[in-house]
Structures are given as structure tokens and as C-alpha cells.
Design a protein around this ligand. Structure first.
Ligand SMILES: Nc1ncnc2c1ncn2[C@@H]1O[C@H](COP(=O)(O)OP(=O)(O)OP(=O)(O)O)[C@@H](O)[C@H]1O
Length: 241
């Protein structure tokens, strides 16, 4: 029997005036997995993340975290419950060190924490940037900043990490390093959901892939299943006339 889902999305919809950006989307995420959300530009991926993290309120439907509804809760409350988001564009405090930036995540995450030093160190190590701990954030490369953003997010001691395009714009070496980080995070017991455009990375790292097109979930399966799905191929490549 599989474990209870850590995340449940039930009949979720979001309308922006005339546009249904998310349309009756339902899925669950198993704990300890890496799930990727893919889809063409404008498919609704960012909107979905915004709905799960409370930045947007849905027009209809429910989001469940560990079986409890979180729909309509404030973003900070959702973060305290254990959902963190790593943004594609990190906005660190540039004058603070890498460790100090990660420490901020450790201070403002899940409530009731006392082990800030150990949590900070653990997040730096998981994200592969312990060697940069004392550097000012201002000297980091784009790839290193992406790791810092992931470290800050997991330092909140989240159980679920939502990562926005963690591999976007990274070279092959940096991409491989990020994939290693995501796998280590999964091994540490944190469930990961990614929005990612980089297909080789998605296929390599994901246990499961969800495909959105025009707000609808058109496929949900393993990377192998999804890449053979005719609807997915049509959504990405266009249907021949
Ligand atoms: N705040 C908003 N107000 C109005 N329309 C919006 C808003 N946010 C998103 N949309 C629209 O909703 C649709 C889905 O957008 P969304 O950003 O979720 O797509 P996406 O799959 O993340 O795209 P991309 O891959 O380009 O980032 C788009 O048509 C977009 O223009």
C-alpha cells in the first residue's frame, strides 16, 4: 500500500477574468518523490505553484497538505506548516554571507525551532554550498545563487519543496550538480515538486511527471509513460495537419 499523499490537489480552478488559467486540476503527490510539472508557456504551471503556496486563492477546488485543507491560508502560515518555494530568480541579501542568508530561512520556516545552527549547516551541505558559507552572496554565480535559493528554502525545514525551474539557464555541469542536489533533498526525506522546462533534466530526475496544457492536466505518469503520450507530443510539437 502506498503512503498517504503529502499533497493533494482536488478539482482546482483559477480564473483570471475570462481566462481559465487552471481548469479542474486534480492530482496527488507521494511523500519522498520528485514530481515535475511541465507544459508549454502559459500552461498554468506558475499559477499552480501560486495556488499551492497561497499567493493566489483558487476560484474553486481544494489543496490538501498532509491530508488537511490549506486552501485560503496565508502564505506565511502555509510556510510554517512545511511547504517551501525556491524561486528561479534568487533575491538574497547581497551584503550578508551565504550562511547568513540560509540562516534567515532557518529562522522563519516551520514554527517552534531551536536548532538554527545545525539546520543552517545541514541545508548548506544538502545544497552543495557548504564551502561557500562565509562568502558574501554578492560574489556568487547564477548557478551558485540557484543553490543558495534551494538551501534557504530547505532550511525552513519544509517537508515539501516547490522549485521553480531550478535548472533554467544552467550549463550541463551546473545542471548535473543541481540534479544531484534535488536527489539528495529527496533522500533526506523532503518531497520535491518542480516546474521545469529542461526536458532531459525532467526525464532524468522525476519519479513522476504532470503535464499541463491550457490549464488542464493532460497527462500524469512516469517520465517514460508521459514521453510516449500522444497528447503530450501534440502539445509540445503541434499536431500535423
Ligand atoms: N495575475 C494574472 N492575471 C491575469 N492573467 C494571468 C495572471 N497570472 C497568469 N495569468 C495568465 O494565466 C495563464 C497561465 O500563466 P502561468 O504563468 O501560470 O503559465 P506558465 O505555465 O507558468 O507559463 P511559463 O512557462 O511561460 O512561465 C497565462 O495565459 C497567463 O497570461
Amino acid at each position: 500500500m502506498s503512503a498517504a499523499p503529502i499533497l493533494g490537489v482536488e478539482a482546482l480552478s483559477k480564473r483570471f477574468r475570462g481566462l481559465l488559467a487552471i481548469s479542474d486540476v486534480s492530482f496527488t503527490v507521494e511523500p519522498g518523490s520528485i514530481t515535475s510539472v511541465i507544459g508549454p508557456n502559459g500552461a498554468g504551471k506558475s499559477t499552480l505553484f501560486n495556488l499551492v503556496t497561497g499567493y493566489l486563492a483558487p476560484t474553486a477546488g481544494t489543496v490538501l497538505f498532509k491530508g488537511h485543507p490549506i486552501t485560503g491560508l496565508a502564505t506565511n502560515r502555509i510556510a510554517e506548516l512545511g511547504i517551501a518555494r525556491a524561486f528561479q530568480i534568487a533575491r538574497p541579501f547581497r551584503d550578508l554571507s551565504v550562511a547568513e542568508n540560509v540562516r534567515i530561512g532557518a529562522l522563519f520556516g516551520k514554527a517552534g525551532r531551536r536548532d538554527v545552527v545545525a539546520t543552517t549547516r545541514g541545508a548548506l551541505e544538502l545544497a552543495g554550498i557548504a564551502h561557500l558559507a562565509e562568502e558574501p552572496a554578492s560574489v556568487l554565480t547564477v548557478g551558485q545563487l540557484r543553490h543558495l535559493e534551494v538551501a534557504r528554502a530547505i532550511a525552513t525545514r519544509a517537508d515539501l519543496l516547490l522549485a521553480d525551474e531550478p535548472c533554467a539557464g544552467l550549463n550541463p555541469t551546473e545542471t548535473a550538480a543541481m540534479i544531484d542536489v534535488l536527489r539528495r533533498i529527496r533522500s533526506s526525506g523532503v518531497t520535491v515538486v518542480l516546474v521545469e522546462h529542461d526536458m532531459p533534466s525532467v526525464m532524468e530526475v522525476s519519479d513522476r511527471v504532470l503535464v499541463l496544457e491550457s490549464g488542464r492536466l493532460i497527462a500524469d505518469g512516469t517520465p517514460g509513460e508521459v514521453s510516449k503520450n500522444p497528447q503530450v507530443i501534440a502539445a509540445y510539437l503541434g499536431t500535423p495537419d
